[in-house]
Design a binder for this molecule. Structure first.
Ligand SMILES: Nc1nc2c(ncn2[C@@H]2O[C@H](COP(=O)(O)OP(=O)(O)OP(=O)(O)O)[C@@H](O)[C@H]2O)c(=O)[nH]1
Ligand SMILES: [Mg+2]
Length: 709
């Protein structure tokens, strides 16, 4: 079958933002206005569990009114095929944003018009930077009391460092918000009402000032500046094309099509960030947002091909997004639900048909494509083939996991990797009844497979099951979902910090493993140097053995031993981060040496060396933002200092005050209760992992004692 729609008519777009900015609400409107559904459901109306928005369909999502997992929908707008992924805003579910951005071509960043740039907006923005995803901004909730477009734009420019291109200016705010000025078209759109089917009237730009007066001074001032703002927009956009720019400077004229084309060039290359506004809840601006998505965000491959890498992650080339090329695809999400295993995959090049066999290059295994489906939130439709630019799910793949590269059999190559966030908090989990014990392991294993930010450890000695995740909410929801979706009841222990360990000093160490049992013995000797590495460098093993002092075939055993043994350090069994292990010499015996003997020697060498190095304990440092009334700020800061925190910035945000800083996670359990009582219930906070930092020497014993309880 030939391609049904040319690539230029595709948009794969994510909606990203801080929690509650209105992503799901906007997605509902998109589905309504593009004719995909006939009824809009509001997020706050689903708590009784009777109705659901299209993308927040999980029981826990309905109940809590928040998005937990990203959900994909596809739709058509003015002849364009749009795949849209609604992502969660809560910091505990960052993995969902991470994996979506990895495979999308563009993003709409949604802002709460009152709050402006919030912590998770910043985090998601940086993720989009990392994955090089072009984006535009949508300042939502202009109907809320305190909505302030200027404040939001300032945040976009200053905190996100974006070259914001104001394409729209709101007409009023709060209950005076009636629409927006489109500086590109040179006209204003004015809605008659907040009804979802309300029409908008088009008002020429030169009539806007005379027609609108707003009671909020800053809203009114925007109206005075419209001619100047339009000029600025035209100049910034035309700067993308020298000829058009010169022509404009000389004659004051420009072509409307050219203007849009220039904005597109700027947006696709990331040089310009178009800024729009609206109120999704009050049904204003969503159609214009869709127009901007097709006008300014890239089609698959427009922004360059997909990077291919070698085993060490170094880029070795780019694959253009084309049908007539080898198959290159990336699995970005694996879920197990009533349809079985669904492997969500983004196809970058080539064509994949039902019945084909693919290569999972990451795992070195073949995968047969049994069924291919197009996914609409929680429903699926079978299709026969997928092509460059598509997003689909494969049914019942056996070995493929999140982040794996899939290709055809003839052209195996790895694609650029996905980065997963590090879980910083852990709880022990216990099945409620004896019957649930086995079921629980299987269920948690399944859930951890689907969520790379969730890790499962079973202590071989005590049998204790420990779950590590991104935050208290993440772990709580995991246990809730296990009960509601998989029917397994479990109790959760007290959340604990997931500490890490590191080498204190360089250690040179020799370990000899020698054992004589009856007949053949065991013999291996390794000489190793362990050196602490810079944060983020991981565990690096270097083989520096020369002259066959250790036979080649035994060296991987030493590497394996060091890497597995480093999962449990010598202070208290936490993973050891960032060190270099150099194997420099050793001895072997013709008869008694074996892979196992070298593995044992490697393990002991690591253990002893780590103990000798004056190991350091590392704790997760969190970046925190607290927002509260100014009168409580002093107390909040005082408390933060008592928690070994460090304040980096404070100020006002609309009518409230904020403080930013760093705090050790170990001091933050139950913080919400403190904040509620200290601010009479009005303070809110968000925090997320920033880095691992050394626990002050005097505190190690105290913290470890507390953890042991
Ligand atoms: N006043 C007003 N409220 C809005 C608007 N858009 C969304 N809301 C409300 O804000 C709340 C959060 O909306 P959601 O759409 O769930 O926000 P979200 O960004 O999807 O949130 P998470 O997925 O949990 O991160 C809901 O109560 C919405 O009704 C808006 O334009 N104006
Ligand atoms: Mg949502």
């Amino acid at each position: 079958m030939a391609r049904q729609k040319e690539l230029a008519l595709y948009r794969n777009i994510g909606i990203i933002a801080h929690i509650d900015a209105g992503k799901t609400t906007t997605t509902e409107r998109v589905l309504y206005y593009t004719g995909r559904k006939h009824q809009i459901i509001d997020v706050h109306d689903t708590k009784d569990g009777k109705s659901s928005t299209t993308t927040d369909y999980l029981e826990q999502e309905k109940k809590r009114g928040i998005t937990i997992q990203s959900a994909a929908v596809s739709t058509e707008w003015k002849g364009y095929h749009i795949n849209l992924i609604d992502t969660p805003g809560h910091v505990d579910f960052t993995i969902e944003v991470n994996r979506s951005l990895r495979v999308l071509d563009g993003a709409v960043v949604v802002f709460d018009g009152v709050a402006g740039v919030e912590p998770q907006t910043e985090t998601n923005w940086r993720l989009a930077d990392q994955y090089n995803v072009p984006r535009m901004c949508y300042v939502n909730k202009m109907d809320r009391i305190g909505a302030n477009f200027a404040h939001c734009v300032k945040g976009i420019r200053e905190r996100l460092g974006a070259n914001a291109l104001l394409c729209q200016i709101p007409l009023g705010s709060q209950d005076e918000f009636v629409g927006m000025v489109d500086l590109v078209a040179g006209a204003a759109y004015v809605w008659q009402s907040s009804d979802k089917d309300s029409e908008w009237e088009v008002v020429p730009l030169d009539q806007v000032r005379a027609r609108f007066k707003f009671t909020v001074t800053r809203d009114d001032e925007w109206m005075d500046r419209l001619p100047q703002l339009r000029k600025e927009l035209i100049e910034s956009a035309l700067a993308m094309d020298d000829d058009a720019f010169m022509h404009y400077v000389e004659t004051g004229e420009f072509d409307q099509m050219k203007l849009k084309e220039c904005i597109r060039i700027g947006a696709v290359s990331g040089k310009l960030i178009p800024v729009l506004c609206g109120s999704s809840f009050k049904n204003k601006g969503v159609q214009q947002l869709l127009d901007a998505v097709v006008d300014y965000l890239p089609y698959p491959g427009e922004n360059g091909g997909i990077s291919m890498v070698d085993l060490d992650g170094n880029i070795i080339g780019k694959q253009e997004v084309r049908d007539d090329a080898p198959v290159r695809a990336l699995a970005f999400k694996v879920i197990n639900d009533q349809f079985g295993t669904l492997t969500f995959t983004r196809i970058y090049s080539g064509v994949i048909k039902k019945g084909d066999t693919m290569m999972n290059v990451t795992r070195g295994k073949k995968e047969r494509v049994g069924r291919i489906v197009e996914v609409q939130a929680n429903t699926t439709k079978d299709i026969d083939e997928v092509r460059a630019g598509d997003i689909c799910a494969f049914v019942s793949m056996k070995d493929t996991e999140t982040g794996d590269s899939l290709t055809d059999l003839q052209h195996p190559v790895l694609l650029e990797r996905m980065r997963f966030p590090d879980p910083v908090i852990s709880v022990s989990v216990e099945a409620k009844t004896r019957d649930d014990i086995d079921k629980m392991s299987a269920a948690l294993y399944k859930m951890a497979k689907a969520d790379p930010s969730l890790r499962l450890n079973v202590d071989p000695e005590t049998g204790e099951t420990v779950l590590r995740g991104m935050g208290e909410l993440h772990l709580e929801i995991t246990i809730d979902r296990m009960r509601s979706e998989l029917g397994v009841e479990a109790n959760m222990g007290k959340p604990k910090v997931s500490f890490r360990e590191a080498f204190g000093n360089r250690v040179d160490h020799i370990y000899t493993h020698k054992k004589q049992t009856g007949g053949s013995g065991q013999y291996a000797e390794v000489k190793m140097v362990f050196e602490p590495g810079e944060p983020g460098t991981g565990v690096v093993f270097v083989d520096e053995v020369v002259g066959g002092r250790i036979p080649r075939e035994f060296i991987p055993s030493v590497e394996f031993a060091v890497k597995t043994e480093s999962r449990a350090g010598q202070i208290a069994g936490y993973e050891v981060l960032d060190f270099k292990a150099r194997l420099i010499d050793g001895k072997y015996h013709d008869v008694d040496s074996s892979a196992l003997a070298f593995e044992i020697a490697g393990r002991h060498c690591f253990r002893e060396a780590h103990r000798m190095s004056k190991p350091r304990l590392l704790e997760p440092m969190m970046r925190i933002e607290v927002v509260t009334e100014s009168e409580f700020l002093g107390d909040v800061i005082g408390d933060m200092n008592r928690r070994r925190g460090q304040v980096t910035d404070q100020g006002t945000k609309g009518m409230q005050a904020f403080v930013h800083g760093f705090v050790p996670l170990a001091e933050m359990f139950g913080y919400i209760n403190y904040l509620r009582s200290a601010t009479r219930g009005r303070g809110t906070f968000t925090m997320e992992f920033n880095n691992y930092s050394e626990v002050p020497a005097g505190l190690v014993d105290k913290l470890m004692e507390k953890e042991a309880k």
